[in-house]
Design a protein around this ligand. Structure first.
Ligand code: HEM
Length: 470
């Protein structure tokens, strides 16, 4: 049963905010420069701001207390916002886009696959993929060529998630999945920033291209699911874990549900980790003393042998560096919800149906909670200082009931990747290139992040020239 906390009977005022332009509101301003515009708005109007966006009003909350109210304390009054409907034709009805009973059963069926001990079993896949990527860099490194670390990290995280789902070699299907997902994501990104979208069924050239990619992707995943269902031997991968799951009343996934869920895991699981990894390399190259400390930790913990899953608990500073990189550039830079009934937040009325936007990016830059918010300082995440971090002031993985299901998976993948790469190479940003945060569906640095590679260790490296030059 859904219990919604009624707002207290205190008088509520309309939230302040900019007037915006006729019909479109502030959308053109947000679209032009989301980061600076929203930071300025938060500065000018405070912790609760009402933004007119096309025909609707969006309430932006930047105080951890209010974020906690929406995500946890009164979360039953909030469903996923209509923003997620925009990407539904592309992503399907997986866990990211669903609500209510459908979401609950999907979460219940997916949760066991992400238990810590199962995720640990996927560590070898993560290491294998990272070693493979790192080996490919020997050619560019010896030729002093640049690589685009943003592209490389996206590829790596996509390869990791595809292999974590379908552990076996799926040959050219893997490349086709990567191509189709890239097309789908570009379309999802376009939809996020448009006010109105034509249904995919209308055969414009763009819709035809996206529909073809979706059809191919669906066919491959359904075939891989059918093949797996017919096998008797259980594999150690996410697909096997998902197939083994049952709801409380004994129901397994249907093929359609499984298809939407697999697509969701691929999309949710690669953009975010890929962008966090490239931000980490960017920040490390800008802060050589922090990079040296990280390299020292990897040398002390790992030495000359290959990085192993068992090293994870000892790679403490490496973990802190990644946590701080996600504070400065949180990949999921906004989280949005829609109010089911009227609510009051910070004395301001949030009317039923209104969209509420919570921005980890703005919360992470709030100087009341993060002194010197622009500074890259991994010591903020020293495990001994954990209690100094206020609730909901750090939320790269969201919070409350819908917190990222794969937080441990993502942290493990990123720590193993950073340690493996730092052991072999030192990455330096090509001087003179302007790198900006690009808030798309996830926050990425771009347009590209060209880096040079200095080889640090020659252990176990193979030559391959198939790396995309920056
Ligand atoms: C650095 C990496 C990652 C970040 C920063 C991240 C961030 C997030 C955030 C903020 C949410 C909550 C969204 C909301 O409340 O609306 C979320 C949900 C989710 N994430 Fe992640 N994520 C990451 C990696 C992954 C990976 C690797 C996977 C899959 C393997 C994944 C799967 C999901 C799923 C399925 C949900 C929906 C959970 C639900 O609604 O119950 N994420 N993630």
């Amino acid at each position: 049963m859904t219990v919604i906390t009624k707002p207290p009977e205190t008088p509520s005022r309309p939230a302040p905010g900019p007037v915006g332009r006729r019909l479109v509101g502030v959308l053109p301003d947000v679209k032009r420069d989301p980061i600076h515009y929203l930071m300025k708005i938060a500065q000018d109007y405070g912790d609760v701001v009402c933004l007119p966006v096309g025909p609707t009003k969006v309430y932006m909350l930047t105080s951890p207390r209010y974020v906690g109210h929406v995500l946890q304390h009164n979360h039953k009054n909030y469903r996923k916002s209509d923003f997620y409907k925009k990407v539904q034709p592309v992503l399907g009805l997986g866990m990211i886009t669903s609500d209510g009973d459908l979401w609950r059963s999907q979460r219940q069926l997916t949760q066991p696959a992400f238990r810590r001990e199962r995720i640990m079993a996927l560590g070898e896949i993560m290491l294998e993929r990272t070693n493979e990527a790192v080996s490919r860099w020997q050619g560019p490194a010896s030729r002093h060529e640049q690589i685009d670390i943003s592209f490389e990290m996206m590829q790596l995280s996509l390869e990791i998630i595809v292999r974590a789902i379908f552990s076996r070699d799926i040959g050219s299907d893997a490349d086709t999945i990567v191509d189709c997902v890239t097309t789908m994501l570009a379309e999802a990104e376009r939809r996020v920033w448009s006010l109105y979208d034509l249904p995919l069924a209308i055969p414009t050239p763009n819709n035809r291209r996206v529909s073809a990619a979706l059809k191919t992707l669906n066919a491959i995943i359904l075939r891989l699911i059918a093949e797996r269902r017919s096998e008797t031997e259980e594999q150690n991968d996410l697909l096997s874990f998902l197939l083994a799951a049952r709801t409380d009343d004994g129901q397994p996934w249907s093929d359609q549900q499984l298809l939407d869920q697999v697509k969701t895991l691929i999309v949710a699981g690669h953009e975010t980790s890929g962008s966090a990894l490239s931000s980490t390399w960017y920040l490390l190259s800008k802060h050589p003393h922090i990079r040296e400390r990280l390299e020292r930790e990897v040398a002390q913990v790992v030495g000359d042998r290959a990085v192993a899953v068992a090293d994870l608990p000892k790679l403490i500073y490496t973990t802190m560096v990644i946590q701080e990189a996600m504070r400065i550039y949180p990949p999921a830079w906004t989280i949005s919800r829609a109010a089911i009934e009227d609510d009051v937040v910070g004395g301001y009325k949030i009317p039923a149906g209104a969209t509420v936007m919570l921005s980890p990016f703005l919360v992470h830059r709030n100087p009341k909670f993060w002194p010197n918010p622009e500074g890259f300082d991994p010591d903020r995440f020293d495990p001994d200082n954990k209690d100094a971090i206020a609730d909901f002031s750090y939320l790269p993985f969201g919070g409350g009931a819908r917190k990222c299901i794969a937080e441990h998976f993502a942290m493990m993948e990123m720590v193993l990747a950073v340690a493996t790469i730092a052991q072999r190479y030192r990455l330096d940003l090509v001087p003179g290139r302007r790198i900006e945060p690009m808030p798309m569906i996830s926050m990425r640095l771009g347009p590209s992040v060209p880096m040079t590679l200095e080889q640090r260790s020659h252990r176990d490296v193979r030559t391959d020239s198939s790396v995309r030059a920056a």
